[in-house]
Design a protein around this ligand. Structure first.
Ligand code: COA
Length: 284
């Protein structure tokens, strides 16, 4: 779908780039010619991601960083500039989430998630945005939110995440306008269910629940990491240069299924449809 040099000349910083969707995006974007800098809390996965990129002929470096700490974010960006040069693109992917009954949460648990997702996204955005504006250089930001933020519904049992991601979406749309005059584009991707070790271990309570989630999905499957990485590549590319402040949902139609009043009729067997149709003909 893409030319292999689609992102040549670009330098991309991905938070949470050592594992899961962050890693998948890092590998894909590096494969399209971008230099990558991956940040995260654990050194092991970051090193592994960089090695994989380098083995494939790409350029990558990393630093550990807790995005909740603005000072640490500023240091991490300095390290990135030394290692791979001026960063022109930021993917705010680092996230934290877990399922819990809200009445059981401590204020610290709420802050643990909002600190990573909302504060962390703001910290990286602010630190790089300031640099880009001061140097009068363009920039590109992609925020990873979630389908329950894009739909506006939020979601029970992940309330800290729902609040934080709603904030990130507001940040995306607000800054897209405010910083357009500085040639900084800000967009978001809202993924539905994408199996990753990090997300599944925290959000999928049992194998039985997973099967039910898949069976009730309109496409009867979860997302593939490469599908999300390709969407990121497109939104970050010059070809998407007029897309700004947009949030693209990638969930196979899952949130719409919940929204349409009659969508559960997909489960109605053909025999039941035929009976309904016969009854309608008889009453005409
Ligand atoms: N249910 C309820 N409370 C929980 C919890 C859970 N499953 N997991 C953690 N908490 C609470 C802790 O009890 C603690 O509160 P307390 O101090 O009042 O007891 C608070 O959250 C912070 O926990 P801690 O483990 O110290 O925080 P951390 O900063 O090390 O971890 C998390 C942050 C909790 C978000 C952790 O899940 C994480 O690091 N996640 C990153 C990766 C991830 O979530 N990936 C999936 C993205 S979809």
């Amino acid at each position: 779908m893409f030319k292999t040099d689609l992102l040549a000349g670009r330098t991309i910083l991905i938070t949470g780039g050592g594992t899961g969707l962050g890693r998948a995006m890092a590998l894909r974007l590096a494969g399209l010619g971008a230099k990558l800098f991956v940040a995260g809390r654990r050194e092991g996965p970051l090193t592994e991601t960089c090695q994989t990129i380098r083995k494939a002929g790409g350029t990558a470096a990393s630093a550990t960083c807790d995005v909740r700490d603005f000072g640490a974010v500023e240091k991490m960006i300095e390290a990135a500039e030394q290692a791979v040069g001026r960063v022109d693109t930021l993917v705010n992917n680092a996230a934290g989430n877990f399922i819990a009954r809200t009445e059981k949460l401590s204020p610290n648990a709420f802050r643990a998630v909002t600190g990573i997702v909302l504060d962390g996204t703001f910290h990286c955005t602010l630190a790089l945005g300031r640099k880009w504006i001061a140097a009068a250089q363009p920039g590109n930001i992609l925020n990873i939110v979630t389908s329950y933020a894009a739909s506006g519904s939020g979601s029970g049992f992940v309330v800290p995440s729902a609040c934080a991601k709603a904030g990130v979406l507001a940040l995306t749309r607000s800054l897209a306008v405010e910083w357009a005059r500085h040639r900084i584009r800000v967009n978001a991707i809202a993924p539905g269910p994408f199996p990753t070790e990090g997300a599944w271990s925290r959000l999928m309570p049992s194998a039985e629940y997973e099967k039910r989630a898949k069976d009730s999905h309109p496409m009867k499957r979860f997302g593939r990491q490469e599908e999300l990485a390709d969407l990121a590549a497109f939104l970050l590319s010059e070809q998407a240069g007029y897309i700004n402040g947009e949030c693209v949902v990638i969930d196979g139609g899952l949130w719409l299924k919940g929204a349409g009043e009659f969508n559960d009729l997909a489960d109605l067997p053909d025999a039941a449809w035929e009976m309904l149709e016969q009854a309608r003909k008889r009453s005409q």
